[in-house]
Design a binder for this molecule. Structure first.
Ligand SMILES: Cc1cc2nc3c(=O)[nH]c(=O)nc-3n(C[C@H](O)[C@H](O)[C@H](O)COP(=O)(O)OP(=O)(O)OC[C@H]3O[C@@H](n4cnc5c(N)ncnc54)[C@H](O)[C@@H]3O)c2cc1C
Length: 487
């Protein structure tokens, strides 16, 4: 097939890129098609890509990268586009290399407890593929029904059950990566723990698609726990719920998950698709799950019930069956989207704090909410201090978007000020570039950008993400502040 006859543009690069991926069916380049790729889950900035290409294997990815690099075309990788910090937004008019066609489960090795997947393989599908054999993949972002494992590696994704089992980086044993010059390398060969040399697996995991494009991933899989049980606890005061979180951990229990939602969040989840009947007048609900050897579960649950009672819980009970447990989790895991039931728009933030600072930080977030006149819901992984303030706003009202951005940024400043940090799992992307200054000084930022330059010397791969670019970032913040003050 002569692809030139099918592609309706004179742009030579589009013809060349199409040829690499096998023809016009694996490339988008018309404006009306590109609009769907102008942002990811962070919808406040939009830019059209030059094109979106859909390679089928590592060789095609490598050829695309080589072509872009030799022709000075900016490019970036995209998985499912659920990222919440704008990492997959083509701010420089990038060629988007979409990994969604590379979605095979390559192999499962139960004996050595590992699986190998292509980057476009959807997170939840891995557990679904091995659960009948008694195994699962632990990292469980709430977006797991659609986000890709490649995207999880790039963002070092977390999830409700990461309190006990760790985040993505703790489950990655090996990566195949296409470097920004088109060379293919393997890191963590054979999935052996603690390889000699630099810890490139650790460096690449969480590098937000700025050092290379991941094309194959070896992950650790775990045996299903013998038993699990989930408890729901309602508190009249956030302080009591927060104390229960600290006291459960201090009692030596490490729950598999320890989640909290506040009053505004409860209003949202109860108005959305999976209501469970939470009382509307409580200040906080905790969802606590323990798992492990069946014989130990009851004892842990009794300890948790005791702690909650000592913390003035209004009501606490264990799930009566698997159906109820699943319903509780659906209510929690669809929590972000549920905000759409009570607000036209919302901005998700992602700070981390020491657990002991929870009551103080929630109070300061309430003050930020009052300052900007915007409601803020809190849904979070309380056990590991990973907060998700959701700033509710209406983009149709002039100035509200800017106010929401400023309120979100102030929430992160509070997290940094109490000894925490500005992202637990959603990454920095373009959203929190300037906030990196809350936790790193110039020298620390330069030490990191020096590493990026070694991998990505021409800065064609996902440029302008993850680190502040001094001039422009300051200008953007100034413009936002002026717009908010005018409104
Ligand atoms: C409703 C909702 C709930 C969420 N809940 C959670 C949660 O509980 N925990 C959590 O951690 N996150 C959560 N997220 C955020 C998001 O789902 C994760 O960051 C996820 O890891 C992104 O995967 P993706 O496939 O969508 O990646 P994308 O959004 O497509 O890309 C994200 C970044 O990864 C890079 N990238 C993608 N694929 C590759 C690759 N193969 N090689 C190199 N770089 C690549 C992109 O360039 C971009 O910078 C949630 C998002 C939504 C919308």
């Amino acid at each position: 097939m002569d692809i030139k006859t099918k592609i309706k543009t004179t742009d030579i690069h589009i013809h060349q890129l199409a040829e690499i991926v096998g023809g016009p069916r694996a490339i988008l380049y018309h404006k009306e098609d590109l609009i769907a790729y102008d942002c990811d889950g962070f919808t406040l900035h939009k830019h059209l890509p030059k094109a979106v290409v859909f390679p089928k294997d590592t060789e095609e990815v490598a050829k695309l990268v080589k072509y872009c690099s030799e022709n000075n075309l900016p490019f970036l990788a995209r998985g499912a586009g659920t990222g919440l910090s704008g990492g997959a937004i083509p701010i420089n008019g990038e060629v988007i290399i979409s990994l969604v066609r590379m979605k095979k489960l390559i192999s499962v090795d139960l004996e050595n407890r590992r699986a190998v997947v292509e980057p476009g393989f959807v997170n939840l599908k891995l557990t679904n593929s091995i659960s009948d054999k008694g195994y699962y993949y632990a990292p469980d972002p709430s977006s797991q029904y659609c986000c890709t494992i490649g995207g999880n590696v790039a963002e070092n994704a977390g999830g409700a059950h990461c309190l006990k089992y760790g985040v993505t980086t703790n489950h990655i044993l090996g990566l195949e990566v296409v470097l920004p010059n088109g060379e293919i390398i393997e890191v963590g060969k054979n999935g052996i723990l603690d390889e000699p040399g630099y810890d490139l697996l650790g460096l690449l995991t969480g590098s937000e698609g700025t050092l290379g494009i991941v094309t194959k991933i070896t992950v650790r899989i775990l045996k299903n726990p013998e038993g699990k049980q989930t408890v729901l606890a309602y508190f009249d005061k956030v302080e009591d719920g927060s104390k229960a979180v600290s006291d459960i951990i201090s009692a030596g229990i490490v729950p598999a998950a320890l989640e909290m939602m506040d009053k505004v969040a409860i209003e949202g989840v109860e108005a959305a698709a999976f209501p469970v009947g939470h009382p509307k007048d409580i200040d906080a609900v905790l969802l606590i799950e323990v798992d492990g050897i069946a014989a130990g579960i009851d004892e842990q649950i009794n300890q948790i019930l005791d702690v909650c009672r000592k913390c003035n819980v209004r009501e606490v009970r264990a799930a009566k069956d698997e159906k109820e447990r699943e319903r509780w989790w659906a209510n929690r895991k669809t929590g972000f989207g549920a905000m759409g039931a009570i607000s036209p728009d919302y901005l998700v933030q992602d700070g981390v704090i020491p657990r002991s600072k929870l009551p103080e930080v929630l109070q300061r977030i309430q003050q930020i909410s009052e300052k900007y006149g915007l409601r803020i819901a809190n849904i979070f992984h309380a056990g590991d201090g990973n907060l998700h303030p959701l700033v509710l706003f209406d983009a149709r009202i002039p100035g509200e978007t800017e106010k929401a951005l400023l309120a979100g940024s102030e929430c992160l400043k509070v997290c940094a000020d109490v000894g925490g940090t500005i992202t637990g799992e959603h990454g920095v992307g373009i959203e929190k570039r300037e906030e990196m200054r809350f936790v790193f000084n110039d020298e620390e930022i330069i030490a990191q950008t020096n590493i990026r330059e070694v991998f990505n010397p021409d800065n064609l791969l996902n440029a302008g993400k993850l680190f502040p670019t001094p001039g422009r970032c300051v200008e953007i913040k100034k413009e936002m502040k002026e717009a908010a003050l005018k409104a």
